[in-house]
Design a protein around this ligand. Sequence first.
Ligand SMILES: [Zn+2]
Length: 344
Amino acid sequence: MECENFSSLIRLLRITAWVQRFIKKLKKDTISGPLTAKEIEDAKFMWIVHIQRKHFAKEIHDITKNKSSNIIRQLGLTIDNNGLIRCVGRIEHADISENAKRPILLPKKEAFTKLLIYSYHRNLLHVGVAQTLSQIRQKYWIPQGRSTVRHVLRTCGNCIRYEGGPYKMPLIPPLPKNRVTESSPYTYTGIDYFGPLYVKTVNGSEKVFWKVWRDDYLLSIRERTTVKLKEKRVRSNQYPQIGDIVLIKDNLPRGMWKIGKIINLSKSSDEQCRSAKVLLPSKKTLNRTLNFLYPLECHDDNVEQTDNVNNVEQNSKCETQTSSTRPQRRAATQAKQKIHEWTS
Ligand SMILES: [Zn+2]
């Protein structure tokens, strides 16, 4: 059984408890009825022992041989009567509960730990990193706990729905060519309401005008006065991809914003993506700039891009994909492999 295949801790523990009961029944145990709290607790104990043995085999060996290492000294590791590794540390004499004094050590890079963090976060009604961590520390100790909890909370669907930021916008682009080149009046705009207007050209004054425009105005607008668009909320570090499910910002309370799917990414003249075409559930499409689109899903960290160059490459790849293709489910892939193994 793999923790990665479970979406919640309680589901994992219940299924483990049912499997344990099945094994007991094979050994002629006559237990029946719904699962008891003790069975769930036993399942949790079994998982913790398993992951501690998997990740801290060297530490367990060192403690039993009375050897010392950096982590053993730092956390004051001991093994209790049940075979669990606990951190005694320096607060043994504090007036707190026994569990908080001697928390159980959990590895940070483990799916079980992530499920546990998420269950605390959900039971505490989606509180922030500090509150989740302080509750976890009543019973467990996770090395580099704050960053581990933060990482897990970033993937919480509910929190993203109500607090996530929009996509990151690239830098404001250079001014378009028609705004920085000399041209006669009404080259790019026209008024047809008043009938044709004839512009009198006086060569001498026009030359002076363009010289002043070039020297005093054009050179003064070189700087970007605003590098980024102002946005109060924290921006998402994700880059948009075709198929992303997004919330579309509107002049309404956040709970009433529409949900859509990105079906196309448009590039500006500088090859950066600043807007996207979004398909609504009603089959209508909307064009919105990225700062109006709030991603609802988290990509894998490996897919996240930190470089604008990579971003462009990523976007160009995305555009070649058709919106109808979707990644195959893992269960479907595994089933296909098994069928292939059986038939070959
Ligand atoms: Zn949450």
